[in-house]
Design a protein around this ligand. Structure first.
Ligand code: ATP
Length: 234
C-alpha cells in the first residue's frame, strides 16, 4: 500500500432517534487516498460534511458503509471496523488529530497537556516536556502560561496548546480541523511552517482550513466534498 490512508466508498447518514428516527444523509461514495508527505485539504461549503469525514477518519463517528484503510505498526487496518481498543492504539501510534478546541483538564498544566501524547508512547517525562516547551516557544505562547492549566487561556492560547499537543508526536497521519481558526497572522505562519516540516518528514496530512491564505500555502490538493453529497444509504 503506497497511500498512508485510503478511504473506500464510505457513506454516512445521521439518524435522529429523538425526532422519529429522521435520517440526515451527509456523504456517500467518499473515495480518496493520501500519500506520505502530502497535505490534502477538504473543501466545500458549510454543512457539506468536511468535519464529519475527518471525524470518521479519527473513529469519532461511525461509518455506514465502506472502509478506511491505514497501515498501523506494519499491518493494514480498517479503522471503520476496528474495536475501541484498537482505535485507542491507532490514535497512540498512527493517527493524530488537532481539533479546533482544546479539551481542558482541571489542574493539568499546559506543558503536561502538550507532552501527554509523547509520554503515553513511553517517552521520558522531561524529554517530552522539553519538546512541548520548544513548540510553545515556536508558537509564541507566553512562558508565564506554560505551568498553568489552560482552562482560563484565551481561545488563541488554547488553540496553540492544542497544536503543540497534535504536532509533538511523529504520527505518520495527521488530521487538522481548522487549527488556525483563532490565531493571528504571525502564529498562522508558524502553523504553516509546522505543516511544511511534517510534509518534509513524510507525514500524510488531511485538513480543513477556512483561511484561504493558509489553505493555498499548505494544500497539495483540494478534495471537493460536494462530489460526495447525498446518500445511497438513505
Ligand atoms: N452528530 C451529528 N448529528 C446529526 N447531524 C450532524 C451531526 N454532525 C453533523 N451533522 C450534520 O451533517 C452535516 C454536515 O456537517 P459537518 O459539520 O460535517 O459539515 P462541514 O462541512 O464541516 O461544515 P462547516 O464548514 O460549517 O464546519 C450538517 O448538516 C450537520 O448538521
Amino acid at each position: 500500500m503506497t497511500a498512508a490512508i485510503t478511504v473506500c466508498d464510505v457513506s454516512k447518514t445521521f439518524t435522529m432517534h429523538l425526532r422519529d428516527g429522521i435520517k440526515i444523509p451527509v456523504v456517500s461514495g467518499v473515495n480518496f487516498a493520501i500519500k506520505a508527505g502530502e497535505c490534502a485539504v477538504l473543501g466545500g461549503p458549510s454543512g457539506a460534511g468536511k468535519s464529519s469525514i475527518l471525524k470518521m477518519l479519527y473513529g469519532n463517528y461511525s461509518t455506514d458503509f465502506g472502509a478506511i484503510l491505514l497501515s498501523h505498526n506494519g499491518e493494514e487496518v480498517d479503522l471503520s471496523k476496528a474495536e475501541p481498543r484498537k482505535i485507542i492504539e491507532l490514535r497512540r501510534d498512527t493517527i493524530g488529530y488537532v481539533s479546533q478546541f482544546l479539551r481542558t483538564v482541571p489542574r493539568v498544566s499546559a506543558l503536561d497537556v502538550a507532552a501527554e501524547p509523547l509520554t503515553q508512547r513511553g517517552e521520558d517525562y522531561e524529554v517530552a516536556r522539553k519538546k512541548a516547551a520548544d513548540l510553545f516557544a515556536q508558537l509564541n505562547l507566553p512562558e508565564r502560561l506554560w505551568n498553568l492549566p489552560p482552562a482560563t487561556f484565551s481561545g488563541g492560547e488554547q488553540q496553540r496548546v492544542n497544536i503543540a499537543r497534535g504536532f509533538i508526536t511523529d504520527h505518520p497521519i495527521l488530521l487538522l480541523d481548522e487549527p488556525t481558526a483563532s490565531l493571528d497572522a504571525k502564529n498562522r505562519a508558524v502553523v504553516v511552517d509546522l505543516i511544511t516540516q511534517k510534509k518534509a518528514a513524510g507525514v500524510a496530512l488531511l485538513g480543513i482550513f477556512h483561511d484561504e491564505d493558509v489553505r493555498t500555502k499548505v494544500a497539495d490538493r483540494i478534495i471537493d466534498v460536494t462530489t460526495f453529497a447525498g446518500s445511497k444509504a438513505a
